[in-house]
Structures are given as C-alpha cells and as structure tokens.
Design a protein. Sequence first.
Length: 299
Amino acid sequence: MGLATDAINQNPNAIIVSEQKIDFGEYVPDGFGTADFTIINDSHVTVVDLKFGKGVAVYAKDNEQLMLYALGVYCMYKDYLEIRNFRLVIMQPRLESITEVSIDTQTLLWWAENVVKPAAALAIDGNGERQCGDWCKFCKVKNGCPAIEKKFDVILAGVQTSDYSDAAVLKVLRDGDLVTDYINTLKHEALQRALSGYKWDGYKVVEGKATRRFIEGGQDAVIEALRKEAYEEDVLYEKKPKSLTSLEKIVGKKYFLDNFGQYVVKPTGAPALVREDDKRSEFAPMGAQNVFNDLDEEN
C-alpha cells in the first residue's frame, strides 16, 4: 500500500495498524467502528477507509464516518502521543477513486464537543432529529422514515403546483435521488408483500422478461450437431476482432498508448448534470462564439 510505504520511508518507527477497532464512546456512548488502515507517524495520523462498492462514489471531505474514526484514534492515543493533525483518506479501487482531506486536532475536537456530543445526547434521549442525505440509501430502516416522507411531500408538492422556478428545480436536483431511491425501496417492499400473498388493489405479480441461454454444454452440442448436418464453419461461428479494451488488456495500457494511441479517439461524452463534488472536470458548452472561432480557424 503506497501510503504505508511512504510513511515507513519517512519514519521507520511509524505505526501501521490494519482492521483496527476504533472506540469513540467518549463522545458517542457505545460508539465504535473499524478503520481499515491507521498510520501513526509521530504527531501526524492517517486514517484510511477502503470501500469496494462500485455503485456509489464516496468522498473524504466532510465525511463524518472518517472524522469519528479520527476522533476514536485520538481518544486511544492522546495519553501517549501529541497528535496535531489527521489525514483522512477514502479509497475506492473499483471506481479508481482516492480522495483525502486534512483536519487539525483542534478543529476535530471542536466538532466533537459542539456537534457530535450534543447530537449523540439527543439521540440517546430519543429527541434527535432525523436527517436525510446520501447515506439514506444504505439505511435498513428507512421504510416509513418521517424525515424522508417529509422531504418527499415537499418535493411532490412543488411538482404538483408546477413550480419551475430556479429554487424549486435546484431542490429537486439536490433531493431527487433520495426520493427516487425511497420510491424504489417502497416498490421492492410492495413486491415482497405481494409475493407473500398480499393483494394490492389494481396490481398483480407477473413473470418478468428473461433472456434465453444455453444450458451448460448446450452450445457445443448444438454446433456439433449442425456441423454433422453439413453447415459451414463460417455460418456457425461469428469471427470478429477483439474490442479496444480487450486488446489493451493483452498488451498493457502503456504499451498500447505508446504504440497505438494514434489509432484511438475518445469522443466528447453526452453532458450530464452531477453533484459539484464529482471528480470529473466541468463541461464547457460550445456556444455560438466558440463555433464561429472554430470556423475562422478552419478558414
């Protein structure tokens, strides 16, 4: 792991711990988690969280899970080390994404005292306010959540009143994914109940579309049988060159780029509206002036 190697090169006495149980119960009663990697290099600590999912990008900035892990590391080592700052890293190998952020210990402790501890106290007393966010997609008890239902009602009301103001559209952009995910969750719940025998008024369960496929060994058996019936090879087999990605894997990305890069072009992708923290560069639409400039250059 590059981070660990760098730490050892800087300080041979650096402490590297994997799968470390982190206890931040001093601020959140019974609060704990597991940090994938913790690197302690004198007064500097790196906390790494590995996420192997490929459906959702997660970022280190303002990531409360990582901040709580950092808080737990501080609680565990504060009597032995004077930790000055934390480097918080999220690695998502399947998305080829690595994001990180730094936070000094003083700022972390202020957040712990003024945000975490009061919120934990409210939650324990049953008076905490539920907050909606991207994390809701992972929640196992979101069905019937009043916070999501309230947000759902607000957005739906905006649509019903045909409010297409900038503010209304922005609200849908920010919260629409959450509502869509909630609707899909309810659809799944409705299907499970129907499969258990419940009859929804106006609905029924049907068999969905399926793609035919050979049983194991079936394709070889069919082709062999057709070959015996005098069908030609070029009729039975579809021969075509391997794809760009497949050829690149055979020779390696660098070799492919160095030797065949001139034969590859990457068209401009269709514009997509995403969250501001998406790591892709911002798209610059080609306005009329740019089109005229291009025409001038060609002439």
